[in-house]
Design a protein around this ligand. Structure first.
Ligand SMILES: Nc1ncnc2c1ncn2[C@@H]1O[C@H](COP(=O)(O)OP(=O)(O)OP(=O)(O)O)[C@@H](O)[C@H]1O
Length: 312
């Protein structure tokens, strides 16, 4: 488990992290979400003892990082995938990490296998693609077989195949009972990867909840209905507290769920061609909860643009 209590970091005039308190539980992938500059990396660095908090604490299973006897066996991290000597092979890089952390060298082959790099283990890491470098970084994080894993923007710049691989791998690590914290500013990706969310903005906590609750609380659930007898359907729904909106050849209904609409249509012999509940998106939820912040809107627009690029 990871715990932040009143965690605060000031760099001169910049309050990078502002009184953050949250817990990250094992067995789930927790997304650490916020726009660029929100304070995600700074928070992760403090968890890893790479930066000292101005006040507050970050604890790994109740201990400060510096109190851990074998840190790599407790917590592994991927902060910067390009942090590797370019002329070293993947194997040599991991071997060096293992030896300097008193981890048995046989573990190197195991983690290379886990991340699918066995075939290129002897190749120069400097020639690796970004996706391969990310895998090597993840292999390094797994060397000590740690219970807690931190990944800072692991899908940034990856192609769709690389993104899918990382997503499945994160799920697998959580299913093994590990605590997995993944930072990202890519909202749609996080909605697929993370079961829990910690959302921050300008260093402050905006929300901590399950992804589902976060979306549910901040967006309206509607039902899309298509019918060849749409005016009859309107009459049927008129006597309820449903709110109707036109969307091309469909009606978007709020205030009633799909079952209620279906039953009313059947009782009144209205033919339906479609009756589909519409889920809000993480983007919509994010907009709702951060509605008054121009900074977010700008960032969100960029995020959506990037996402479109990624999926193209
Ligand atoms: N070493 C530092 N010295 C001064 N300011 C810093 C330092 N590190 C971070 N900051 C500032 O602290 C704020 C939070 O930065 P941080 O990198 O933690 O955000 P982030 O959410 O990880 O963003 P990104 O997704 O861009 O990495 C930013 O305003 C940043 O400029």
């Amino acid at each position: 488990m990871i715990e932040a209590r009143g965690l605060t970091k000031r760099y001169g005039k910049t309050l990078a992290v502002n009184d953050l308190s949250f817990t990250v539980q094992p067995g789930r992938v927790t997304g650490f979400l916020g726009p660029n500059g929100a304070g995600k990396s700074t928070t992760m660095r403090m968890m890893l003892g790479l930066d000292n908090p101005t006040s507050g604490v970050a604890l790994i299973d109740g201990k400060h990082y510096r109190e851990l006897h074998h840190p790599l066996r407790k917590i592994g991290a991927l902060l910067d995938a390009k942090w590797v000597h370019p002329n070293r092979s993947a194997h040599a890089h991991l071997r060096w990490m293992a030896v300097s952390n008193k981890i048995p060298v046989r573990r190197v082959d195991e983690v290379l296998e886990l991340v699918g790099l066995t075939a290129v283990a002897k190749k120069r890491a400097g020639g690796f693609s970004l996706g391969m470098s990310q895998r090597l970084g993840i292999a390094g994080a797994l060397l000590g077989d740690p219970e807690v894993l931190l990944f800072d923007e692991p899908v940034n710049g990856l192609d769709p195949e690389g993104i899918l691989w990382i997503r499945k791998f994160m799920h697998r690590l959580a299913e093994e009972g590990r605590t997995v914290l993944v930072s990202s500013h890519l909202l749609s990706e996080m909605s697929l990867t993370a079961q829990e969310l910690i959302v921050i903005g300008r260093g402050k906590l905006i929300a901590q909840s399950s992804t589902e609750d976060f979306i549910h609380a901040a967006t309206e659930n509607t039902v899309k209905v298509r019918s060849p007898q749409v005016s009859k359907l309107r009459d049927v729904l008129a006597g309820t507290n449903a709110h109707l909106r036109d969307d091309a050849d469909a009606l978007i209904v709020s205030g009633l769920d799909a079952a209620q609409i279906g039953e009313m249509a059947a009782a009144n012999q209205v033919v339906l061609h479609e009756l589909s509940p519409q889920r809000g998106s993480l983007e919509e939820a994010f907009m709702q909860l951060t509605g008054d912040s121009v900074e977010y809107h700008t960032d969100l627009a960029q995020t959506v643009d990037q996402l479109v690029d990624v999926n193209r």
